[in-house]
Design a protein around this ligand. Structure first.
Ligand code: GLU
Length: 261
Protein backbone atom coordinates (compact mmCIF):
# COMPACT_ATOMS: atom_id res chain seq x y z
CA UNK A 1 0.00 0.00 0.00
CA UNK A 2 1.25 3.48 -0.89
CA UNK A 3 -0.63 6.01 1.22
CA UNK A 4 0.05 9.18 -0.74
CA UNK A 5 -0.22 7.59 -4.17
CA UNK A 6 -3.54 6.03 -3.20
CA UNK A 7 -4.88 9.11 -1.39
CA UNK A 8 -7.60 11.04 -3.20
CA UNK A 9 -7.69 14.05 -0.88
CA UNK A 10 -4.55 15.39 0.77
CA UNK A 11 -4.05 18.28 3.19
CA UNK A 12 -0.58 19.85 3.09
CA UNK A 13 0.49 22.26 5.83
CA UNK A 14 3.45 24.59 5.63
CA UNK A 15 4.77 26.77 8.44
CA UNK A 16 6.04 30.35 8.51
CA UNK A 17 9.65 29.35 9.02
CA UNK A 18 9.57 27.28 5.82
CA UNK A 19 7.76 29.96 3.81
CA UNK A 20 9.78 32.97 4.83
CA UNK A 21 13.37 34.10 5.15
CA UNK A 22 14.78 35.08 8.51
CA UNK A 23 14.00 38.72 7.78
CA UNK A 24 10.30 37.74 7.47
CA UNK A 25 10.17 38.27 3.71
CA UNK A 26 8.60 35.59 1.56
CA UNK A 27 10.87 32.80 0.32
CA UNK A 28 9.72 32.98 -3.28
CA UNK A 29 11.79 30.06 -4.52
CA UNK A 30 10.14 27.80 -1.98
CA UNK A 31 6.67 29.21 -2.56
CA UNK A 32 7.09 28.72 -6.30
CA UNK A 33 8.17 25.12 -5.68
CA UNK A 34 5.29 24.31 -3.34
CA UNK A 35 2.78 25.86 -5.75
CA UNK A 36 4.26 23.82 -8.62
CA UNK A 37 4.24 20.52 -6.74
CA UNK A 38 0.72 20.97 -5.32
CA UNK A 39 -0.53 21.97 -8.78
CA UNK A 40 1.11 18.89 -10.25
CA UNK A 41 -0.57 16.66 -7.67
CA UNK A 42 -3.83 18.37 -8.58
CA UNK A 43 -3.12 17.69 -12.28
CA UNK A 44 -2.52 14.06 -11.39
CA UNK A 45 -6.12 13.93 -10.15
CA UNK A 46 -5.72 14.53 -6.45
CA UNK A 47 -7.79 16.98 -4.43
CA UNK A 48 -5.42 19.25 -2.55
CA UNK A 49 -6.05 21.48 0.47
CA UNK A 50 -3.23 23.79 1.51
CA UNK A 51 -2.91 25.11 5.07
CA UNK A 52 -0.53 28.03 5.02
CA UNK A 53 0.85 30.15 7.82
CA UNK A 54 2.86 33.25 7.06
CA UNK A 55 0.22 35.98 7.39
CA UNK A 56 1.94 37.65 10.30
CA UNK A 57 5.40 37.29 8.75
CA UNK A 58 4.19 38.68 5.41
CA UNK A 59 2.57 41.60 7.25
CA UNK A 60 5.73 42.31 9.25
CA UNK A 61 7.73 42.40 6.00
CA UNK A 62 5.18 44.50 4.11
CA UNK A 63 4.91 47.09 6.88
CA UNK A 64 8.68 47.21 7.31
CA UNK A 65 8.51 46.26 11.01
CA UNK A 66 11.61 44.92 12.72
CA UNK A 67 9.95 41.96 14.35
CA UNK A 68 6.67 40.18 14.98
CA UNK A 69 4.58 42.39 17.30
CA UNK A 70 3.58 41.07 20.72
CA UNK A 71 0.40 43.05 21.43
CA UNK A 72 -2.71 41.19 20.28
CA UNK A 73 -4.26 44.09 18.38
CA UNK A 74 -1.00 44.70 16.53
CA UNK A 75 -0.63 41.03 15.62
CA UNK A 76 -4.19 41.02 14.36
CA UNK A 77 -3.67 44.15 12.28
CA UNK A 78 -0.40 42.86 10.86
CA UNK A 79 -2.06 39.52 10.00
CA UNK A 80 -4.79 41.39 8.08
CA UNK A 81 -2.12 43.12 5.98
CA UNK A 82 -0.12 39.93 5.51
CA UNK A 83 -3.00 37.59 4.69
CA UNK A 84 -3.97 39.53 1.57
CA UNK A 85 -0.31 39.81 0.57
CA UNK A 86 0.03 36.05 1.01
CA UNK A 87 -3.01 35.35 -1.17
CA UNK A 88 -1.72 37.73 -3.84
CA UNK A 89 1.48 35.69 -4.02
CA UNK A 90 -0.43 32.38 -4.08
CA UNK A 91 -2.83 33.66 -6.75
CA UNK A 92 0.21 34.50 -8.82
CA UNK A 93 2.12 31.23 -8.44
CA UNK A 94 -0.82 28.80 -8.46
CA UNK A 95 -2.30 30.80 -11.37
CA UNK A 96 0.95 30.33 -13.29
CA UNK A 97 0.39 26.58 -12.97
CA UNK A 98 -3.23 26.84 -14.09
CA UNK A 99 -4.93 26.39 -10.73
CA UNK A 100 -7.75 28.26 -9.02
CA UNK A 101 -7.17 28.94 -5.36
CA UNK A 102 -9.72 29.93 -2.71
CA UNK A 103 -9.13 31.52 0.67
CA UNK A 104 -10.68 30.02 3.80
CA UNK A 105 -10.06 31.59 7.21
CA UNK A 106 -11.25 29.63 10.23
CA UNK A 107 -11.57 30.00 13.97
CA UNK A 108 -11.83 27.10 16.38
CA UNK A 109 -15.42 27.81 17.45
CA UNK A 110 -16.50 26.68 13.98
CA UNK A 111 -15.50 23.16 14.97
CA UNK A 112 -17.72 23.29 18.06
CA UNK A 113 -20.83 24.73 16.43
CA UNK A 114 -22.55 21.96 14.44
CA UNK A 115 -24.21 24.37 11.98
CA UNK A 116 -21.02 26.36 11.31
CA UNK A 117 -19.04 23.15 11.06
CA UNK A 118 -21.42 21.60 8.55
CA UNK A 119 -21.29 24.81 6.49
CA UNK A 120 -17.50 24.79 6.48
CA UNK A 121 -17.52 21.12 5.52
CA UNK A 122 -19.87 21.85 2.62
CA UNK A 123 -17.76 24.75 1.43
CA UNK A 124 -14.64 22.58 1.33
CA UNK A 125 -16.48 19.81 -0.48
CA UNK A 126 -17.89 22.25 -3.03
CA UNK A 127 -14.56 23.98 -3.68
CA UNK A 128 -12.89 20.61 -4.20
CA UNK A 129 -15.67 19.51 -6.52
CA UNK A 130 -15.08 22.72 -8.51
CA UNK A 131 -11.42 21.75 -8.82
CA UNK A 132 -10.09 24.58 -6.62
CA UNK A 133 -7.23 24.39 -4.14
CA UNK A 134 -8.54 25.86 -0.86
CA UNK A 135 -5.82 27.75 1.00
CA UNK A 136 -6.57 27.86 4.70
CA UNK A 137 -5.30 29.91 7.60
CA UNK A 138 -6.55 30.80 11.03
CA UNK A 139 -8.62 33.99 10.94
CA UNK A 140 -5.90 35.71 12.95
CA UNK A 141 -7.40 39.19 12.70
CA UNK A 142 -10.50 38.30 14.71
CA UNK A 143 -9.49 35.28 16.73
CA UNK A 144 -8.67 35.47 20.44
CA UNK A 145 -7.84 32.93 23.15
CA UNK A 146 -11.25 31.33 23.50
CA UNK A 147 -11.88 30.76 19.81
CA UNK A 148 -8.42 30.31 18.36
CA UNK A 149 -6.65 27.19 17.18
CA UNK A 150 -3.48 28.95 18.33
CA UNK A 151 -1.19 27.29 15.84
CA UNK A 152 -1.52 26.01 12.31
CA UNK A 153 -0.50 22.43 13.13
CA UNK A 154 -3.69 22.08 15.17
CA UNK A 155 -5.59 23.96 12.46
CA UNK A 156 -4.33 21.55 9.79
CA UNK A 157 -5.50 18.59 11.88
CA UNK A 158 -9.02 19.98 12.19
CA UNK A 159 -9.07 20.90 8.50
CA UNK A 160 -8.10 17.30 7.64
CA UNK A 161 -11.02 16.04 9.71
CA UNK A 162 -13.42 18.64 8.21
CA UNK A 163 -12.40 17.70 4.68
CA UNK A 164 -12.42 13.95 5.30
CA UNK A 165 -8.85 13.90 4.00
CA UNK A 166 -7.01 10.67 3.26
CA UNK A 167 -3.71 12.06 4.56
CA UNK A 168 -2.12 15.09 6.23
CA UNK A 169 1.42 16.11 5.31
CA UNK A 170 3.17 18.68 7.52
CA UNK A 171 6.10 20.38 5.80
CA UNK A 172 8.43 21.39 8.58
CA UNK A 173 11.90 22.91 8.97
CA UNK A 174 13.14 19.61 10.40
CA UNK A 175 13.35 16.12 8.83
CA UNK A 176 10.75 14.62 11.15
CA UNK A 177 10.49 13.54 14.79
CA UNK A 178 13.78 12.71 16.52
CA UNK A 179 14.29 10.86 19.79
CA UNK A 180 16.22 13.90 21.07
CA UNK A 181 16.99 17.40 19.80
CA UNK A 182 19.21 16.95 16.70
CA UNK A 183 20.50 20.54 17.09
CA UNK A 184 21.96 19.59 20.47
CA UNK A 185 22.67 15.87 20.12
CA UNK A 186 24.48 14.51 17.09
CA UNK A 187 23.34 10.97 17.97
CA UNK A 188 19.66 11.93 17.75
CA UNK A 189 17.74 9.35 15.71
CA UNK A 190 14.89 10.07 13.33
CA UNK A 191 11.78 8.09 14.24
CA UNK A 192 10.49 6.75 10.94
CA UNK A 193 7.15 5.32 12.04
CA UNK A 194 4.91 6.10 14.99
CA UNK A 195 2.20 3.53 15.65
CA UNK A 196 0.67 5.54 18.49
CA UNK A 197 1.33 8.96 20.00
CA UNK A 198 1.99 7.87 23.59
CA UNK A 199 3.91 9.45 26.47
CA UNK A 200 7.28 8.25 25.14
CA UNK A 201 6.60 9.91 21.79
CA UNK A 202 5.31 13.10 23.44
CA UNK A 203 8.51 13.12 25.52
CA UNK A 204 10.56 13.50 22.31
CA UNK A 205 8.93 16.81 21.42
CA UNK A 206 10.92 19.43 23.36
CA UNK A 207 9.84 23.06 23.27
CA UNK A 208 8.42 25.63 20.87
CA UNK A 209 9.41 26.23 17.27
CA UNK A 210 11.00 29.16 15.46
CA UNK A 211 10.45 32.83 16.22
CA UNK A 212 8.49 33.27 12.98
CA UNK A 213 5.82 30.63 13.65
CA UNK A 214 4.03 29.45 16.75
CA UNK A 215 4.30 25.68 16.44
CA UNK A 216 7.11 23.31 17.29
CA UNK A 217 7.06 19.54 17.57
CA UNK A 218 4.58 19.32 20.42
CA UNK A 219 1.82 20.96 18.36
CA UNK A 220 2.64 18.56 15.50
CA UNK A 221 2.26 15.60 17.83
CA UNK A 222 -1.07 16.92 19.06
CA UNK A 223 -2.11 17.28 15.42
CA UNK A 224 -1.06 13.65 14.89
CA UNK A 225 -3.20 12.57 17.85
CA UNK A 226 -6.24 14.32 16.36
CA UNK A 227 -5.91 13.03 12.81
CA UNK A 228 -4.75 9.49 13.52
CA UNK A 229 -7.59 9.16 16.04
CA UNK A 230 -9.92 10.06 13.16
CA UNK A 231 -8.45 7.41 10.87
CA UNK A 232 -6.19 9.79 8.92
CA UNK A 233 -2.45 9.05 8.60
CA UNK A 234 0.02 11.92 8.93
CA UNK A 235 3.57 12.64 7.79
CA UNK A 236 6.10 15.19 9.01
CA UNK A 237 8.71 15.84 6.32
CA UNK A 238 11.28 18.53 5.68
CA UNK A 239 9.72 21.27 3.55
CA UNK A 240 13.03 22.81 2.55
CA UNK A 241 12.65 21.10 -0.79
CA UNK A 242 8.90 20.73 -1.49
CA UNK A 243 9.73 18.10 -4.14
CA UNK A 244 9.97 15.75 -1.17
CA UNK A 245 6.22 15.30 -1.75
CA UNK A 246 7.14 13.30 -4.88
CA UNK A 247 9.22 10.97 -2.68
CA UNK A 248 6.13 10.29 -0.56
CA UNK A 249 4.14 9.79 -3.76
CA UNK A 250 6.67 7.20 -4.91
CA UNK A 251 6.38 5.39 -1.60
CA UNK A 252 9.87 6.29 -0.35
CA UNK A 253 10.16 6.39 3.39
CA UNK A 254 11.02 9.99 4.25
CA UNK A 255 10.31 11.89 7.46
CA UNK A 256 8.08 10.49 10.17
CA UNK A 257 4.94 8.54 9.36
CA UNK A 258 2.13 8.46 11.95
CA UNK A 259 -0.14 5.47 11.42
CA UNK A 260 -3.87 6.04 11.66
CA UNK A 261 -5.64 4.24 14.52
N1 GLU B 1 -1.70 31.87 11.55
C1 GLU B 1 -0.38 32.40 11.77
C2 GLU B 1 0.10 33.19 10.54
O1 GLU B 1 -0.43 33.02 9.46
C3 GLU B 1 0.65 31.34 12.02
C4 GLU B 1 0.37 30.36 13.09
C5 GLU B 1 1.48 29.32 13.15
O2 GLU B 1 2.63 29.63 12.77
O3 GLU B 1 1.24 28.20 13.58
O4 GLU B 1 1.02 33.96 10.66
Amino acid sequence: MNIIKDAKRIVVKIGSSTLTHENYRMNLRRIEAIARVLSDFRNAGKEMVFVSSGAISAGVAKLGLERRPKATEEKQAVAAVGQSELMKIYEHFFGMFGQNVAQILLTRDIMENPVARKNAENTFATLLRMGCIPIVNENDSVSFDEIEFGDNDTLSAYVSVLCHADALIILSDIDGLYDSDPHKNSDAKLISTVAKVDDTILGYAGGAGSNRGTGGLITKLHAAEIVTGNGIPMFIVNGQNPEILYDLFEGKHVGTYFMSN
